[in-house]
Design a protein around this ligand. Structure first.
Ligand code: NAD
Length: 540
């Protein structure tokens, strides 16, 4: 029965994937075959079956996309439009996500292994975020020819009759390289600001799970984005390398692991092109003993199990006050051992990251692919060899517990008394694995929270607001949550900029600052006439 249900739902997704946009590259406004006609496979994480084969774009395909983008950039019509007008076109793409949410959610459920319910919710978030970006088009226009306090005339300052306005120019041809965990969200968070700012872009989605991103080409075509302004080349690392190395690409916006992020920065260094890097994390959940026990358990589960632990802000280090540790761990073990596995993500319409709504984690999804599965199990083997104690989980669940064979399932795992120097404390596992340490004082809690090279997010739980805020302010991370209930952790709002300290990134996404990342700030200095004489046309 279970297998039949998986087969039927997979066939339905495969029928969506027959569409041209899921089988070709998108270059110069057209869907085209990759030059060498090679393909890459992607598998259904719940069973390990082949889901689809998509084009493997290589360096020459990347060069073709760069040429198309360069032509569009040289032609100049896109950059010459007002940002508000560009935003109106991009808004149609955001609406297209909303209109096709069900199909895209089924594709992401099959490609990533996330429950349909969760995929639909986050895709709704991508559409909303797109609409927010579009609202910033007008804000960017208002920043053009913005007068700056200038002049002076004495003590080495410029002459008294010297005036300045700021402008924000697009950067040029930009490369957008994205990760697989929230495929369309991560990619669209780059596409919107890049295009609204007036750039011409090439998107290279992840080869692990990037099928939903291919639909952005169809949305661009339908919305009337001019040919070459936006291009998509699917492919693996080689395509990413070709994009980062090209002297014609003036900026790379990258989301992925910190190791790859550093390689991207290295590739961009010789040509001094801009980089925006959204990288990995090892976020801490600091729990004080005055926290409600139920809320602490819920928040811990949500923190490390959302999207199967495959979220950059996953709270995979629990730092709990000494006297609260045992009660919390006892309850956590009990709850985790009751959690069911998500055997058919495509049809999982009722469960899946319900934690976003009412705080309760209700199902465990498979991890995305065989190589990630092996990597996570490798971390667990190393931890066991290093003498780390396993409170619960620690490996692959029994097939009888999962409900069928195959698939990349891992038991929700809690490792206790973990050494600060161990890999499971210091490195991003990117799976359902939590490492636990304890503290006795506020100072010690802060030291524990700041004890890795990452700094993406973290949460402090306490019923004492002053303590929660005091500790949150001392944690070195781009997004910190202070809470007595756990509500809202991992939440993002498009108007709130975020990014990483340390090895978690360079630059900020979202908010007006996130749009500015895709622009160059220019001062236009003028003397001898007024701006009114120059008759600059208003873009209002
Ligand atoms: P990854 O670094 O393996 O790959 C990311 C992308 O880079 C893929 O498209 C890949 O093909 C490409 N790539 C690989 N090697 C490259 C190279 N040398 N040059 C150019 N491109 C190259 O990451 P992943 O496994 O796809 O994604 C998971 C990682 O992404 C995790 O570390 C996670 O924390 C991070 N992530 C961060 C955020 C954030 O906002 N900070 C969001 C989502 C995911």
């Amino acid at each position: 029965m279970e297998q039949d249900s998986n087969n039927n739902s997979l066939d339905k997704v495969r029928s969506h994937l027959q569409r041209e946009c899921f089988n070709k590259l998108f270059i110069g406004g057209k869907f085209v075959e990759p030059i060498e006609r090679e393909k890459l496979p992607t598998y259904y994480p719940a069973t390990g079956e082949l889901l689809h084969e998509f084009p493997r774009g290589k360096a020459n395909d990347i060069y073709a996309a760069i040429s198309a983008a360069e032509r569009a950039w040289a032609e100049g019509a896109w950059a010459a439009m007002s940002a508000a007008n560009r935003a109106e076109i991009v808004a149609k793409m955001a609406q297209g996500i909303e209109d096709n949410k069900e199909m895209l959610a089924e594709i992401e459920a099959a490609d990533v292994g996330k429950p349909f319910r969760q995929a639909a919710m986050t895709l709704g978030g991508a559409a909303n975020e797109g609409k927010y970006w579009c609202s910033l088009g007008k804000a960017l226009d208002k920043e053009q020819d913005l007068p700056v306090n200038s002049g002076g005339g004495k003590g080495g300052l410029p002459p008294a009759e010297w005036n300045v306005v700021y402008r924000r120019d697009p950067i040029g041809v930009v490369g957008l390289i994205s990760a697989w965990n929230y495929p369309l969200n991560v990619a669209f968070r780059k596409v919107c600001p890049a295009l609204i700012a007036g750039n011409c872009a090439i998107l290279k989605p992840s080869e692990i799970a990037g099928l939903s991103c291919m639909f952005i080409g169809k949305l661009a075509q339908d919305a009337g984005i001019p040919p070459g302004v936006f291009n998509i080349v699917t492919g693996d690392r080689d395509a990413g390398v070709a994009l980062t190395m090209s002297p014609s690409v003036s900026m790379i916006s990258f989301t992925g692991s910190s190791i790859t992020g550093s390689k991207v920065m290295e590739a961009c260094a010789p040509k001094l092109s801009q980089v925006a890097l959204e990288l990995g994390g090892k976020s801490a959940l600091v729990v004080f003993d005055d926290t409600d026990l139920d809320k602490a358990v819920e928040t811990t589960m949500k923190g490390f199990l959302t999207n199967g632990g495959q979220i950059c802000t996953a709270h995979t280090r629990l730092i709990v006050q000494d006297n609260f540790k045992q009660p919390l761990l006892n309850r956590l073990k009990e709850e985790l051992e009751k959690l069911p596995f998500c055997t058919n993500p495509i049809t999982e319409k009722n469960r899946g990251d319900r934690a976003w709504e009412d705080g309760k984690t209700d199902v465990v999804q498979p991890v995305v692919c065989d190589s990630q599965h092996k990597k996570i199990l490798g971390f667990l083997d190393d931890a066991k060899a290093a003498g780390v104690e396993i409170l619960t989980g620690g490996g692959v669940p029994d097939e009888k517990v999962v409900g069928h064979s195959g698939g990349y399932f891992i038991q929700p795992t809690v490792l206790v008394n973990v050494g600060q120097e161990t890999d499971v404390w210091q490195k991003e596992v990117f799976g359902p694995v939590l490492s636990v340490r304890s503290f006795s004082s506020e100072d010690e809690a802060v030291l524990e929270a700041n004890s890795t090279k990452f700094g993406l997010a973290s949460t402090v739980m306490s019923s004492d607001p002053a303590k929660a805020m005091r500790v949150a302010n001392r944690i070195r991370a781009g997004a910190v949550y202070a809470t007595s209930t756990g509500e809202g952790i991992l939440a993002e709002h498009p108007a709130v900029s975020r990014g990483g300290f340390g090895c978690s990134g360079v630059g900020r996404e979202l908010g007006i600052g996130g749009l500015h990342e895709y622009t160059e700030l220019k001062s236009v200095n003028y003397t001898g006439f007024s701006l009114a004489d120059a008759k600059i046309e208003s873009v209002e």
